[in-house]
Write a new protein. Sequence first.
Length: 340
Amino acid sequence: MTKDLTTSAVARSNVLNNRYALSKLEEHLALGGLRIEGEVVFFKSHVAELLDIDERTIDRYLASHEAELKQNGYRILKGKSLRDLKLAQVDDIHVVDLIGAKVPALGVFSFRAVLNVAMLVTESERAKAIRSRMLDIVLDVVAERTGGHTRFINQRDQDYLPSAFMEDSYRKQFTNALRDHVDMGNHKYAVFTDKIYQAVFCENAREYKQVLRLADGDSTRDTMYAEVLKTLAAFESGLAASVQQRAQQLGRKLKSAEVDALLAEAASSPYLKPLIDDARTRMASRDLGFREALHQKLEAYVQAVPEADFERFLGERSQALEERLSDPKLLAVLKRLKDR
């Protein structure tokens, strides 16, 4: 999947949905604009001048990307809204001339919409320079707010630790089932862990580590999002129960192929499908948006990172794991999970 802002709607949204980056961009790009009732807006002539393009070029992008630009703050003022704008700027002759006394409607761009146009325009070297600066600032903001540790950005989520403890509990049930009911050597734990990974997010542990550029000794689950861990827990819990039940029915330990059949049945279960689809979408989208890591086997699941996720992982309520572990309320929750 391309990260080219001019061609990728996902890449553009991953910039524009990050309010922390937008704040820095507004500060550092200093594009100007007109402040009206606390909001900075730009007329088409402003945008054309900023990007060194003709207004007709902007019209073409407004026609081809109307829904996207409106979603990001472009709007057309008419009636009372336009009259209020004219009255508010009655003392500013330059602005009054730009608006025109008899103009029945006027398109205005928010700062976010101007960035959106700059990400679309291919005819302008100035727009290209703004895009380059934009990407640098976005990377700096994410690095600053995570302390440079995007590899473990998943751990800044307040749901991460409870999910990790829960998954660890269900994993023990799964490994115990393999130990007691499956006729294989100790390699069975790695073999079936890989097969569960393949079922949930289409990669084995080695492939996952390559995508995230993890070292051999790094734990894959330390980097997984809460929703992914919950899906793994559901899969492991169900498979453990199925293995134990089938072994008891047969009165013997299961062969590898018999466990494979149970695993395939679980992977195709309509009960797990919503969880698996959700885990794939969140892993693929967040890893591309936050870690610049593309899971090629999950490319079809990539979506824009929603604004809520930027709050979740970069906002004031997000915390590094060390800070979170000092919270007595969280420690009490973890103790209950451990003792259950």
